[in-house]
Write a protein that binds this ligand. Structure first.
Ligand SMILES: [Zn+2]
Length: 326
């Protein structure tokens, strides 16, 4: 949206966002009424600890009001304590412990199917919570008298979140049934590289028709968008990439994208990570010293690439630079 907000409108927006983000959720497990606790998308011990320094990480995430306002810095890099890093209230204490026991212990086997499913299950449930928050924020913006955004824009936004939520709920069911009775319908690849101090866990839609009438029709017809799952996991010595899809919800481009994580040299891996963080997923962390080493030129390019892609669904576009260039 062109232009900016006045002070009062900014305050209203900040209030809405803060209230929704601090709302108490119940646990995402079907039928569980317990309150959700804050927990990490990627475990602290054995993963986030591998890149934290003095118990801190740098979190990169889209600025809350980026979509609503033409601002210069669409991404915030914030230093956060390790307890706050990529965490969200998703499950109650009991389910958080029980469901993920297998991946909360050290020495994960990233080639193990159940481990790959559990990593993906946690992030799908977390993205459900984020979508629900975005829906609530949008509804409150619609109701706020002082915020006169174009009604059509808000309706489109809301519809997009609702369709996204429907898809995530479908993937949640698919993963649950796969955890209960594996049929190997999810296909994951695992790639191992030299360590880069970054971490992320996310889903991403991979519809080449997204943003076109064909992609939108598919969604309105009740068809789930093809989706990838990606986990970028720093160990003590390596960077593990676990990336996959469900065989009933995929396309040649998605499979090719997943295969494109194979056999990368250092330069290509850094460009691939740049593309992932700027254009495909929201929210990731890096070590404070890696953040300090980023050049201002690379950060500026990254911001520009992010802004351009926020309004552009071209899945096949790739950056010609790396955020991690020295
Ligand atoms: Zn629960």
């Amino acid at each position: 949206m062109a232009g900016g907000f006045d002070k009062q409108q900014m305050k209203t927006l900040q209030g809405i966002t803060k209230n929704v983000h601090t709302m108490r959720h119940h646990c995402q497990v079907d039928g569980c009424e317990e309150a959700a606790i804050n927990s990490h998308l990627l475990q602290r011990n054995g993963i986030l600890n591998n890149i934290a320094e003095n118990n801190h990480l740098i979190e990169a995430r889209p600025t809350d009001f980026f979509k609503w306002n033409a601002i210069d810095c669409p991404i915030e890099f914030r230093q956060v304590g390790i307890n706050q890093a990529i965490s969200l209230s998703v499950f109650c204490d009991k389910h958080d412990t029980e469901l993920f026991k297998k991946i909360e212990q050290g020495n994960l086997d990233f080639g193990d199917y159940e481990t790959q499913l559990l990593l993906s299950y946690r992030v799908v449930c977390a993205e459900i919570v984020k979508k629900e928050q975005n829906i609530e924020i949008t509804k409150r913006i619609q109701r706020a008298n002082t915020l006169n955004f174009p009604a059509e824009m808000l309706n489109t936004e809301l519809k997009g979140y609702q369709l996204g939520l429907r898809d995530l709920n479908e993937y949640r069911k698919l993963i649950e049934s796969e955890l209960n009775a594996p049929t190997s319908k999810f296909h994951f690849r695992r790639y191992s590289y030299s360590k880069i101090a970054v971490a992320a866990s996310a889903t991403f839609s991979y519809e080449v028709d997204a943003g076109t009438s064909r992609g939108i029709e598919k969604s309105f017809e009740g068809k789930v968008w093809d989706t990838g799952f990606i986990h970028v996991i720093p160990t003590g010595t390596s960077l593990e990439i676990v990336v996959g899809y469900h065989e009933d919800h995929t396309n040649d481009y998605l499979v090719r994208y997943i295969d494109s994580w194979a056999n990368l040299d250092d330069v290509a891996l850094k460009m691939q990570l740049t593309d992932l963080f700027a254009a495909r997923i929201e929210g990731w962390v890096m070590s404070p010293s890696l953040f300090k080493s980023l050049s201002n030129g690379a950060k500026d390019k990254f911001m520009r690439y992010f802004s351009d892609n926020a309004a552009n669904y071209n899945m096949l576009q790739r950056p010609d630079f790396s955020l991690f260039d020295k």
